[in-house]
Design a protein around this ligand. Structure first.
Ligand code: KG4
Ligand code: ZN
Length: 340
């Protein structure tokens, strides 16, 4: 079965064709970082306009890579929630139009679940593991930080989420405070390489025993106050490269500690032996290393997607579209884009 997937929930315009839920035949992603850089974050209106300009060329390119045409595709897949409404609508309208013109069935999935499915895709540098159920999943991206309990690809329950900022959003905002540029995650990771993760004591929030939720806004504010000063306390003044590196490393460590602690707690609470990660922040080497270490210590199986499939892409959408299509979960043309 050939599934053509489209992803446009935030600021990446992507299309991919995946065979039988695993083999990536073509995958193209147009990024918009240069359009949002000046604002230190994604501007919804700019994102939606850019999707409109790039979506058709991106689809054509993905089909060319896959050596297929739309009539040869079996199913169309779209991540219709959550995301920015204007961005989601561009992808959804395109999928509906293709569905009507070429008489193709449509499946629609949750973007966060697609991130977890990225582990099951076969790429040149990645042979897909057999991801066994049940598992505890953690999706850490620019828009979301969610812990889930999955018993099947169609049965995924959210068991913890962020009360405020997502982990990736905190990376992006702290990078602005440190003057490190956009997107913040890779910039902070690069700066942190030369820094001491114990140089500054930043808070780890909601660590009370029972909580599986997250909060990163206090951490972000703590970095801001440390740099700029607050309530009579002096800030650091002009930042040297070493100060930036130490701040970046200490911030990154606080995020990673929190994520690893919550994953282990969720695993214990649900009594499962498998952990599956997904989302842009999973490209972070410190997070990958500390999770690998912690899960090995507890005898758990860990699945990390290849770095190329951590940030938004359409292969993960076309991939998850396969089990959904096999289960007959097809949509009608009244399908809506759902921002939350
Ligand atoms: O999954 P994604 O592409 O988009 C959403 O669904 O939100 O994630 C983008 C987020 C951004 O906040 C970016 O700063 C973060 O992932 N990110 C990273 C790294 N690479 C991307 N965060 C930490 N370390 C990285 N290496
Ligand atoms: Zn995403």
């Amino acid at each position: 079965m050939f599934v053509l997937g489209i992803e446009s929930s935030c600021d990446e315009t992507a299309c991919a064709v995946v065979r039988n839920g695993s083999e990536v035949l073509g995958s193209v992603t147009a990024i918009q970082d240069h359009l949002h850089e000046a604002y230190g974050g994604v501007v919804p209106e700019i994102a939606a306009r850019a999707h409109m300009q790039t979506i058709l060329p991106v689809i054509e390119q993905a089909l060319t890579e896959a050596k297929l045409t739309v009539p040869e595709v079996d199913v169309l897949a779209i991540a219709n929630h959550p995301g920015l409404i204007g961005s989601l609508l561009v992808g959804l309208t395109t999928v509906k139009t293709l569905s009507v013109i070429f008489d193709k069935p449509v499946v629609a999935m949750n973007h966060l679940q697609c991130h977890l499915y990225a582990n099951c895709l076969s790429m040149a540098d990645h042979r897909p593991p057999d991801v066994g159920f049940p598992f505890v999943g953690l999706v850490v991206s620019g828009g979301h930080t969610s812990l889930v309990h999955a018993t099947g690809w169609l049965d995924i329950d959210v068991i913890g989420s962020t009360h405020d900022d997502a982990a990736g959003e905190a990376f992006d905002k702290v990078a602005v405070v440190l003057g490190l540029g956009y997107p913040g995650g890779p910039a902070i990771e690069r700066a942190a390489c030369a820094g001491d993760p114990a140089a500054y004591k930043f808070p780890r929030s909601l660590m009370g025993r029972a909580s599986l939720d997250f909060s990163f806004s206090g951490l972000k504010t703590s970095v801001l106050y440390t740099v700029r000063g607050h309530g009579g306390r002096k800030g650091l003044g002009p930042l040297s490269d070493q100060m930036r590196a130490d701040l970046a490393a200490s911030f990154q460590e606080a995020v990673v500690d929190t994520l690893v602690t919550k994953v282990l707690r969720a695993v214990e609470a649900r009594g499962v032996g498998t952990v599956v990660l997904g989302g842009g922040v999973v490209a972070n080497t410190r997070l990958r290393d500390k999770l690998t270490e912690a899960t090995a210590k507890h005898g758990l199986t860990l699945h990390l997607p290849p770095r190329s499939l951590c940030t938004d892409n359409a292969a993960m959408v076309a991939g998850l579209g396969y089990p959904w299509a096999r289960a007959g979960r097809f949509e009608t043309l009244s399908l809506e884009a759902v921002p939350t």
